[in-house]
Design a protein around this ligand. Structure first.
Ligand code: ATP
Ligand code: MG
Length: 572
């Protein structure tokens, strides 16, 4: 996947000028397709969908929605070697989850195999296709280069009758794989190498997941794709830039057969920093055990994002903001995370959870007393109401919220210092206890009963507010923190992308303490742990008596910083 240009795009700026929309609008005005808009999303079922596919899905389904048209989900299942049914199921699930509906328009290219075959016969009959018996190596060497024209195959001038007979024999299994292929007869000196008598059909003696043993010849992508578009009467065939050179062949096949002809439009594929968006490479990560399956929360797959706790709304918003362009560029991962935060900030209820607990005992608080304090579920949305949190003499705070000898800018808890406990009281640290290794394992504090709810009646100020969880009421949890899967911005450019995997991309914390209300949180539902980030209960590893939480994103938004930097670079 080449990245032609390294300059960072300005996602927001490209939203209004959408060249694809303009083409569709112009076609609607000129009546080219009788006012119809029919698009399609054509995945090959050879892996799970990733965020790049989401961009394509949003465009295709989005335009259909915008112009009152339809969008087809079509499986481009023409290669029996790499495809299987589980991929078909996962792709359907992912498209639905993203919020799109193909209604009755679910198609499989393999359903058109008979028609493709008939079209191939038509080409042979008009002298536009021939069976070539060169070996695959010879075909390659006859093709020529960018600077040298190709050489014609000695089989190029077989008669129509001979070609018909040979092609029928190919289909009947009379030849071995590689013994012959069907090629279009175009021009071996064409400047566009794709036009130098491209292969249309090859022999593959493999059963297909839908057509079984019926076929042992399979159409090439370039032949099957334009015909599928034509059969389904697609109006706008939107694809990624790497197919720009193939457009000439797309047009040639449909024009030569003189059949219905959609318009192919190319756009730049999504490249995301610190991420790989290539099914072939993602498969390597899965099969090599580098990740925990296709839906590992570190994977850029739709199913990985779903498990991680990303929402479809945030992903769609991201796809809208990056817009479409004609030029390759790299989108900053910080923008995706920004979209996730923006969405969750409004919707996710907040709770308190302590990831690395340090025990605190309030010496002047009665041992058997439990108070119920009221907490706001989401200050961004009052309608989400309040909940009760138990407070007692012993609770946990975050280990790094205490320092024995704090540096100047550390305002949290330290010996002799007073801080606020969120929704509870002001406390002052009076003492601390260390274990044999010298690590602080317990704090002794006093509280001020006058500060219930977190306000001091005398206007006394404290410099920080800590989150906490009552020790006797806490639920135990495992928490999984995720970081970028790769250590470099452009892992595809590395000699071996597996060598730049981030070995700290997953950190598992076993002893987290969470407020009791989190026991009722549905699996997969997002929430915020105050001060720490957004989390959700993992669908794969949570059980009724073992909670596992995924960190979706931290609260720290890098996007504003990235944008500022981009602005500065532009002014330079
Ligand atoms: P990959 O490179 O991941 O294997 P692909 O193009 O081979 O992707 P397909 O299943 O053929 O995967 O893709 C289905 C559709 O999604 C195609 O129209 C393709 O152009 C589009 N698509 C794939 N990757 C991206 C991407 N990174 N950005 C935008 N669209 C993409
Ligand atoms: Mg493809």
């Amino acid at each position: 996947m080449p990245v032609d240009s390294k300059d960072t795009m300005k996602p927001e700026a490209s939203v209004p000028s959408n060249f694809i929309r303009q083409v569709i609008q112009a076609d609607l005005e000129s009546g080219r397709y009788e006012g119809r808009v029919v698009t399609r999303f054509p995945p090959e079922p050879n892996g799970y969908l990733h965020i790049g596919h989401a961009k394509s899905i949003c465009l295709n389904f989005g335009f259909a929605e915008e112009f009152g048209g339809t969008c087809h989900l079509r499986f481009d299942d023409t290669n029996p070697l790499k495809e299987n049914v589980s991929y078909v199921d996962s792709i359907k699930e992912d498209v639905k989850w993203l919020g799109f509906d193909w209604d009755v328009h679910l198609y499989f290219a393999s359903d058109y195999f008979d028609r493709f075959y008939d079209y191939a016969i038509d080409l042979i009959k008009t002298g536009k296709a021939y069976v070539d018996s060169l070996t695959p190596e010879e075909i390659r060497s006859y093709r020529g280069t960018l600077t040298e024209p190709g050489k014609e195959s000695p089989y190029r001038h077989r008669t129509v009758e001979e070609n018909l007979e040979l092609f029928q024999k190919m289909a009947a299994g009379k030849f071995d794989e590689g013994e012959c292929v069907l090629r279009a007869k175009i021009d071996m000196a064409a400047p566009n190498i794709i036009m130098r008598d491209p292969t249309l059909y090859r022999i593959r003696k493999r059963p297909h997941h839908r057509t079984g043993d019926k076929w042992c010849i399979y159409p090439m992508y370039d032949f099957a794709h334009c015909l599928s578009d034509s059969i389904e009467r697609i109006t706008h065939s939107i694809c990624t830039l790497e197919f720009e050179n193939n457009r000439e062949l797309y047009d040639w096949i449909l024009d030569t057969l003189d059949i219905y002809h959609p318009r192919q439009i190319e756009f730049a594929r999504l490249n995301l920093s610190y991420t790989i968006l290539s099914k072939r490479k993602l498969i390597e990560l899965v099969e090599g055990g580098y990740v925990d399956g296709w839906n590992d929360p570190r994977m850029p797959t739709i199913s990985g994002f779903r498990r991680r706790g990303y929402t479809p709304e945030a992903i769609r918003n991201f796809c809208e903001r990056i817009g479409v362009a004609k030029r390759d560029s790299m989108v900053d991962l910080a923008l995706l995370e920004h979209c996730i935060r923006e969405d969750l900030n409004k919707r996710a209820p907040r709770f308190m959870g302590v990831l690395r607990p340090l025990k605190v005992v309030i010496e002047n608080y009665p041992a058997d007393k439990v108070e119920t304090l009221e907490a706001i579920n989401n200050p961004e949305d009052q309608s989400m109401g309040t909940r009760n949190i138990p407070f007692s003499r012993e609770f946990y705070i975050e280990k790094d919220d205490f320092m024995e000898t704090p540096p100047k800018k550390f305002f949290r808890l330290a010996p002799g210092r007073e801080v606020r406990l969120r929704y509870a009281y002001f406390i002052t640290c009076t003492d601390f206890i260390k274990d044999e290794q010298g690590e602080v394992v317990e704090l002794r504090c006093t509280y001020d009963p006058q500060t219930r709810g977190g306000d001091s009646p005398d206007g006394r100020k404290v410099k920080s507010t800590l989150h906490w969880v009552s020790a006797t009421h806490a639920i135990d949890a495992e928490v999984r923190l995720y970081n970028d899967l790769f250590t470099v911005e452009e892992p595809v450019s590395a000699e071996d992308f597996k060598a730049v995997l981030n070995k700290d991309s997953l950190e598992i914390l076993h002893g987290a303490k969470l407020e009791p209300a989190l026991a009722d949180l549905e699996i997969g539902k997002q929430c915020q742990f105050e001060r720490l980030g957004y989390f959700c209960k993992d669908v794969k590893y949570s059980t009724s008596d073992h909670s596992v939480f995924n960190r979706i994103v931290t609260l720290r938004d890098q996007w504003a910083k990235v944008k500022k930097q981009q602005g500065a670079n532009e002014r330079k």
